[in-house]
Ligand binder design. Sequence first.
Ligand SMILES: [Zn+2]
Length: 69
Amino acid sequence: MPWCEQCSKYHTPSAMSDDGTCPVCGGPVGESELRAAEVAREESAPWHFKLLVGATVAYLGWRFVQLFV
Ligand SMILES: [Zn+2]
């Protein structure tokens, strides 16, 4: 849902100007904050992946050490 910062309101895509600006104030219209949070969550995925890999490596390393104890 397109969100206009200057009007602080949502606009339906069909109500948008042809050039993608706000039909009320003519300012730039971005996607909603929900969409922004969605993107931020996708970008944070590698962080969890690294944590998972790190935990797996630590576990396997510990098992490897146990072989010699
Ligand atoms: Zn506006």
